[in-house]
Design a protein. Structure first.
Length: 403
């Protein structure tokens, strides 16, 4: 399998194509001067047009956290908090300790390990801070879907943080530092923990698999495509309430439980028809390799569509949805065994788009009418967050909203 770093630096689904200065450094010293593998020394950039953690290659570990501002905390406290959080994120992403001599030491000896910290604002943030005039309509509540079984306590929130790292200790270190920064200004509303495959686990960089065993991420828009930016990021010239969102993106977060006991009883051939792709290599059932386009009109010898009418990949394909596109960048989760004895496991589905009404919403509406995958899923929590553009040098995240 060669060196640990080769696959890590080249990245997974998003990595091969992104390459736009997302990462710096390939090998470097740790705090004590010894050489780190490139997994440890890979550094994501805190400053830039977009926040890190959107086109950054999937990391092996993730934490999602939502916070609510404390009673009595308003715009002033929120501004101070975003300043503290930004300073911490900048230091930690560079592999340095958190400020103030209060570092917990959890990440000592490790490099930045591709740490990203991504910040977002929920709908309720704007009322609490007197900023409703600057609340984008894109943040309006997502419609209800028939298959939703949402837990409001684990949904939404004033503020959202996505932490990703290729090292579990580095990720937890960031989580603790950011929680402590919240101080009296905000309280954790919910937290979710996820994972992906570790860099270097496969002989070459490959699209990740989810807990159903499927190759997942193939159809994602690629940063090299001409319309990528337009679909995923709010444009530079954005005006009106969302002028401050230029370079930003909207994140839809869904905790999707997989009914794995049911799924695993399904024979392979039926599992493949649920998606419309082969399990072994993710290639369409109509032939070719993983990157071959689906042939949605191809009939089999039995006179039926080879990729069934209700196959997940057919229903979610942009060409079936007026071009609706999103960048899916999930983590898997496993929180042990639920009271009913089934695994509490699935996908922390995170998708990124310039406008949820042109990304997640139309596609989920169609899936909700009954794709073949839905019987094996349960949407248990939901969030929608405005994730502003990346901070320029000297700026903190969200400065263009808060000042
Ligand atoms: C494609 C799995 C939920 C939207 C796929 C593929 C798999 C998959 C295996 C084919 C490979 C690929 O292109 O990535 C899952 C699982 C889900 C889930 C296991 C839940 C646990 C969703 C949801 C949405 C969605 C909630 C959006 C509302 C898409 C899109 C594609 C896709 C847009 C790409 C279609 C294309 O470009 O042709 N999904 N999916 N998926 N899925 Fe899902």
């Amino acid at each position: 399998l060669g060196t640990v770093g080769a696959a890590g630096a080249a990245g997974l689904a998003l990595g091969a194509a992104s390459g736009a200065g997302v990462y710096a450094a390939a090998a470097g010293p740790s705090a004590d001067g010894t050489a780190l593998t490139s997994v440890g020394s890979t550094e994501a950039m805190f400053h830039g047009k977009h926040q890190a953690g959107i086109t950054t290659p999937l990391q092996a570990r993730g934490h999602l956290l939502a916070f609510d501002l404390a009673p009595g905390a308003g715009r002033k406290e929120a501004t101070a908090l975003l300043r503290r959080w930004s300073a911490t994120a900048r230091a930690l992403m560079a592999g340095k300790p958190a400020d103030g001599g209060q570092d917990t030491g959890i990440a000592l000896d490790a490099g930045p390990s591709s740490l990203t910290v991504t910040f977002g604002f929920g709908h309720s943030f704007f009322g609490r801070t007197g900023l409703t005039a600057r609340r984008p309509t894109e943040l309006d509540a997502l419609p209800a879907f028939s298959a939703d079984a949402l837990d409001p306590k684990r949904s939404n929130g004033d503020l959202w943080i996505q932490i990703g790292s290729d090292d579990a200790l580095v990720a937890f270190h960031a989580l603790r530092a950011l929680q402590k920064d919240a101080g009296d200004a905000a309280r954790v509303r919910w937290q979710m923990n996820g994972f992906n495959r570790s860099p270097g686990a496969t002989a070459r960089p490959m699209t990740a698999r989810n807990l159903m065993g499927q190759v997942d991420g193939t159809g994602n828009p690629k940063p090299s495509e001409p319309d990528f930016d337009r679909r995923i990021f709010v444009p530079d010239g954005a005006s009106g309430p969302q002028a401050w969102m230029a370079g930003g993106s909207y994140a839809v977060v869904r905790r999707i439980r997989m009914l794995l006991d049911d799924w695993e009883k399904l024979p392979l051939e039926k599992q493949e028809r649920v998606i419309g792709r082969r399990k072994s290599d993710g290639a369409p059932l109509t032939g070719g390799s993983e990157t071959t386009e689906l042939d949605l009109n191809k009939m089999g010898p039995d006179g039926k569509l080879v990729i069934p009418d209700n196959a997940h990949a057919r229903i979610s394909a942009p060409e079936q949805n007026g071009g609706a596109a999103m960048l899916r960048r999930p983590f898997s989760f496993h929180d042990g065994i639920a009271p009913d004895g089934t695994p509490d496991a699935g996908l922390l589905f995170i998708c990124w788009q310039a406008d949820p009404l042109k990304g997640f919403v139309p596609v989920q509406r169609k899936l909700d009418r009954g794709d073949a995958l839905s019987p094996f899923l349960r949407h248990e929590a939901s969030g929608l967050f405005a994730v502003p553009g990346g901070p320029a040098e000297g700026e903190y995240v969200g400065q263009r909203l808060l000042e």
